[in-house]
Design a protein around this ligand. Structure first.
Ligand SMILES: Cc1cc2nc3c(=O)[nH]c(=O)nc-3n(C[C@H](O)[C@H](O)[C@H](O)COP(=O)(O)OP(=O)(O)OC[C@H]3O[C@@H](n4cnc5c(N)ncnc54)[C@H](O)[C@@H]3O)c2cc1C
Length: 328
């Protein structure tokens, strides 16, 4: 096992210009959300050479969350950006390396596991897969065309563009409501369009949303089309019970209609369920020895920061045990 002294920096890496193949690392972690950063912390603290590869924004979905009030230890709540910074600092303090690279492919040949990005290849004794999830697309005409020009999947990222605007939020779950509650600080009026006549979101979000005068609801309704020219001007909404359609003028459409795991690159590598979630046992072990799955991308009952963090710890610990046994 390649053990380190815990004084983490990037010096273990080969020269920055020559990234043909680096490692072997004890643990290579795919994804730098709360699951990946926790696995990184546990790996580093276990004196294992540990690399996190993050292809998007460090912190994952957590970093885009404005107010987190259900992560223990923060009685006044904490922002996703703050929590991400703290997790990153803690992981790095134990020697975990973090690189901004997207993993495109994984190859397993016996005990050798190779992770490939555009920049190069990384060998790992064990892999921890934490790629999380992404928002499902609605598939309505206009959605693709207006993405970035009025259609958004991230309130924290785009809310400021909709100051004093009239906008719609599509969905009825936790994300739709928590994002709508965040957007009220910017928008003039928010219409939540939900295909059912009741919300799925936690009661605490429902209470806050119903009490907010800027938020109104369109029940039993779906967005049939998004219409505009340079930017969005309206959505055409269909009532699923009556079949009637009508126009809702809007400057922005925020979509929160479910999530899907970001596991396309894992097809044929580890077992996935029918929806694409990584199948693991209680120790986060996948169908392949030495490969572990953690966080929202794992088939699990609850998808939250607290559970992602628990998964990350479990997966890294299981990876450490795997490496120890392999050495015997
Ligand atoms: C709007 C919103 C509000 C939320 N509010 C709360 C809340 O209040 N409390 C709470 O507990 N939870 C909340 N959640 C859920 C919480 O954010 C997630 O459960 C948690 O972030 C999952 O962590 P994760 O590490 O499994 O995945 P993610 O946070 O999704 O991180 C996965 C990371 O992997 C990276 N990645 C993916 N594929 C690759 C690849 N091929 N190569 C390299 N990197 C890759 C992604 O870029 C991403 O950064 C919220 C989620 C959303 C969207």
């Amino acid at each position: 096992m390649f053990r380190r002294d815990g004084m983490g920096d990037d010096r273990v890496m080969a020269g920055d210009k020559d990234k043909q193949k680096e490692g072997p690392f004890d643990i290579v972690i795919v994804g730098g959300g709360p699951a990946g950063l926790t696995a990184g912390l546990y790996g580093g603290r276990g004196r294992l050479s540990t690399l996190v590869l993050e292809g998007g924004v460090l912190g994952g979905q957590m970093v885009t969350t404005d107010a987190i009030d259900n992560y223990p230890g923060f009685p006044q709540g904490v922002t996703g950006a703050e929590l991400t910074g703290l997790m990153e600092e803690q992981a790095r303090s134990f020697g975990c390396l973090i690189r901004r690279e997207t993993v495109a492919a994984i190859e397993i040949q016996g005990e050798t596991k190779t992770v490939s990005t555009e920049q190069g290849h990384y060998e790992g004794g064990a892999l921890v897969l934490c790629p999380g999830t992404e928002y499902r697309k609605l598939g309505a005409p206009g959605e693709k065309e207006f993405t970035g020009r009025g259609v958004s999947y991230c309130a924290t990222c785009d809310a400021a563009f909709f100051r004093d605007s009239k906008i719609v939020v599509v969905g009825g779950g936790d994300s739709a409501l928590s994002e709508a509650l965040f957007l009220r600080k910017f928008a003039r009026e928010i219409t939540i369009i939900h295909r059912r006549d009741a919300l799925r979101a936690e009661k605490i979000y429902q209470e806050k949303a119903f009490a907010e005068p800027k938020i109104n609801f369109l029940w039993d309704s779906v967005v049939q089309e998004i219409v505009g020219d340079q930017t969005v001007h309206k959505v055409i909404v269909r009532n699923v019970k009556t079949g009637e359609t009508h126009d809702v003028p809007t400057e922005g459409v925020f979509m929160f209609v479910g999530i899907t795991p970001r596991t396309a690159f894992l097809r044929g590598v580890v077992d996935l369920d029918e929806q694409g979630y990584i199948v693991t046992d209680e120790a986060c072990r996948t169908s392949v020895e030495g490969v572990f799955g953690a966080g929202d991308a794992r088939k699990s009952f609850l998808k939250q920061i607290a559970t992602a963090v628990g998964d990350g710890a479990t997966a890294a610990f299981a990876a450490e045990k795997y490496l120890e046994e392999r050495e015997r």
